[in-house]
Design a binder for this molecule. Structure first.
Ligand code: PEP
Length: 260
C-alpha cells in the first residue's frame, strides 16, 4: 500500500506572528528547488494562523509554498456561542486550515480532554471538512504495567466512535508515547513499529483490512534529524508529528529530508 508520508510541525505555544514569518521565510528558502515525496504540515498557535495563511496562500507566496498545509492545534466541539476562549472549525476554515491536531496528550493531561470530547471534536472537524490528526499514546506507567494495547485500543475505539469509514479515510493517526514527548527519549524503532502495527490491527478490526492498509499513522515523540530515517523506515510508520525539533527551519527540513 502506497501511503504518502506526512510530516507535521506542532509548534505548541511557541511563535507569534513575527516569529512565524521569520520561520516561513527561512524554511521556504531552504525548501526552494527541493521536492520531497511527502506532505508537509505546520500547526502554529491560533493567533499566527492569519500570518501563516497570508504567507502561504497570497500573491506574495513564493515557490513551494503550496506544498505546505496548515493545521490548527485544537478546535471546539461546538459550532458557536458561549464558549469563552474557544475557536470553531468554521473560523479555522477562513485561514486555509486543512488539518487539526486532536487528542494531543497535553490536551488530555492538562485540559482534561476525554475520549468522548476528542470524539466530538473529530466529528465536528469532519463536518467542516478538516482532516483530524488524531493523537493517541500511553504513559510510561501504562506501558510498564503491560497496558499498552488496552490503552491504545480504548483511545482508538472511543475517539472514533460513530466516525464513518469515509471520514476515517480523511483522518491521520499520530501514535505518540507520552513518555517520549518533549523528553528527548525516543521509542526505539522496534517499539514504535510494534505499536503502529497494533494500531493498524485495531483499525482493521473496526473498519476492515482495506481501511487499515490506507490509513496513515505518524510517529511522534522526540523525533530529530538523527533518528528520523530509522523510524520512517519502519513499514507501518507514515511520517512524524514533531514538536521541539520543528521549531527550527533547518532541523524540520532535515527531518523531512532524512525521513522521506
Ligand atoms: C508533540 O508535541 O507532538 C511532540 C512529539 O513533541 P516532541 O517532538 O518535542 O517530543
Amino acid at each position: 500500500m502506497n501511503r504518502k508520508p506526512i510530516f507535521a510541525a506542532n509548534w505548541k505555544m511557541n511563535k507569534g506572528a513575527s516569529e512565524t514569518e521569520d520561520f516561513i521565510k527561512s524554511f521556504l528558502s531552504k525548501l526552494q528547488g527541493q521536492d520531497f515525496p511527502c506532505e508537509i504540515v505546520i500547526a502554529p498557535p491560533f493567533v499566527s494562523l492569519p500570518k501563516l495563511a497570508d504567507l502561504l496562500h497570497t500573491a506574495t507566496a513564493v515557490q513551494n509554498a503550496h506544498a505546505i498545509q496548515i493545521a490548527a492545534q485544537n478546535c471546539s466541539q461546538f459550532d458557536s456561542g458561549a464558549y469563552t476562549g474557544e475557536i470553531s472549525v468554521l473560523m479555522l476554515r477562513e485561514f486555509f486550515v486543512h488539518y487539526v491536531i486532536l487528542g494531543h496528550s497535553e490536551r488530555r493531561a492538562i485540559y482534561g480532554e476525554t475520549d468522548a470530547i476528542i470524539n466530538a471534536k473529530i466529528k465536528k472537524a469532519r463536518e467542516a471538512n478538516l482532516k483530524p490528526i488524531f493523537c493517541i499514546g500511553e504513559t510510561l506507567a501504562e506501558r510498564e504495567a503491560g497496558n499498552l494495547e488496552t490503552v491504545l485500543r480504548t483511545q482508538i475505539t472511543g475517539g472514533l466512535e460513530g466516525v464513518s469509514e469515509k471520514d476515517l479515510g480523511e483522518t491521520v493517526i499520530a501514535y505518540e508515547p507520552v513518555w517520549a514527548i518533549g523528553t528527548g527519549v525516543t521509542a526505539s524503532s522496534e517499539q514504535a513499529q510494534e505499536a503502529h502495527a497494533f494500531v493498524r490491527s485495531v483499525i482493521a478490526d473496526l473498519y476492515g483490512a482495506d481501511a487499515a492498509a490506507k490509513i496513515r499513522i505518524q510517529y511522534g515523540g522526540s523525533v530529530k534529524p538523527g533518528n528520523a530515517a530509522e523510524l520512517m523506515a519502519c513499514p507501518d510508520i507514515d511520517g512524524a508529528l514533531i514538536g521541539g525539533a520543528a521549531l527550527e527551519p533547518q532541523s524540520f527540513l532535515e527531518i523531512i529530508r532524512n525521513g522521506s
